[in-house]
Design a protein around this ligand. Structure first.
Ligand SMILES: [Zn+2]
Length: 296
């Protein structure tokens, strides 16, 4: 009799300890469910796919569909809110890219929100930090740390994947630095404010940015000023983006005779995870080719 009471107490104690332990850990660890990671937009999706490649029990999905681009004006849909309600971790760019984080905190308080640009010094509060291979490396490290905290059993796998991806980013950066060194100080004009980190990294002179955000049509005055600037600074090339109409770039090109090329900030790309994993490196390789063609 005494034995059975002791056993009963032991079971109760074990259950209490187990429950107490698990109350403090992410739900997926004791529910047997996968670690559900949602990324806010394409660049974060690509980095998260690299950090989680081949790691079992992890599901990565992207909130904004891959053709949306930057999230400056993005509004969460009912479908997004449903997805966030089931997510363990929401990886966002941060630095002001996602205007909807207040709503997430209010309506999906359970999801752990991680700003992957944490610790990256900003240029004039510009959120486009991933359009720099160094920025992309830091974001990758931040993602690995966040996922290691969310799923400690897989921490080594996340960190090893991050190191592999960071090495590939470093190799490409080295190649680009060497190839672009002859063009240091060359003035360029872009048509979205996505490239200050990129220009800084490669010593290009970002002489002007017109239509600072997607969808913002520059005024006639702004176009006229850009034409003046392109002539005065002897700008060699104008850079629009593949994702967006380039009418204003065409206007400036027609007025000045300076050609328009396309630089990709990698805010869109294939959604298939295998293709997406390599999409950032591929797009940056293409950017290098375009710059070499435009600036030679
Ligand atoms: Zn943007």
């Amino acid at each position: 009799m005494r034995n059975s009471i002791a056993n009963h107490l032991k079971i109760k104690l074990t259950v209490a300890l187990f429950a107490g332990f698990c109350l403090g850990c992410p739900a997926h660890l004791w529910s047997g469910e996968p670690l559900r990671i949602v990324t806010s937009f394409y660049p974060v999706y690509v980095a998260a796919l690299n950090v989680t490649a081949g790691v079992p029990g992890v599901v990565v999905s992207n909130l904004a569909s891959p053709h949306i681009g930057c999230l400056h004006d993005y509004q969460l849909t009912a479908g997004d809110m449903r997805r966030l309600a089931e997510a363990d971790v929401l990886l966002v760019n941060g630095a002001g890219m996602e205007p909807f984080l207040g709503k997430v905190a209010e309506q999906s308080p359970r999801v752990r929100v991680v700003a992957v640009s944490e610790g990256i010094p900003l240029l004039e509060n510009n959120p486009h930090v991933w359009v720099s291979l160094a920025g992309a490396r830091q974001q990758t490290a931040n993602i690995a740390s966040a996922l290691a905290a969310a799923d400690p059993d897989q921490a080594d796998a996340f960190r090893a994947n991050a190191a592999t991806y960071q090495a590939a980013l470093s190799d490409l950066e080295e190649k680009m630095r060497t190839a672009l060194a002859p063009y240091a100080g060359t003035p360029i004009v872009t048509f979205h404010e996505a490239f200050p980190y990129f220009a800084r990294d490669f010593g290009l002179d970002l002489a002007g940015v017109i239509g600072r955000e997607h969808g913002a049509e520059p005024s006639a005055r702004e176009l006229a000023d850009t034409v003046k600037l392109v002539r005065a600074r002897q700008v060699k090339a104008l850079f629009a983006e593949p994702q967006f109409p380039d009418q204003s770039a065409r206007v400036v090109a027609r007025e000045t005779g300076v050609p328009v090329y396309s630089l990709d900030p990698v805010v869109t790309g294939p959604s298939d995870p295998v293709a997406a994993r390599g999409a950032f490196l591929l797009a940056m390789e293409k950017n290098l080719e375009v710059l070499q063609e435009a600036l030679r």
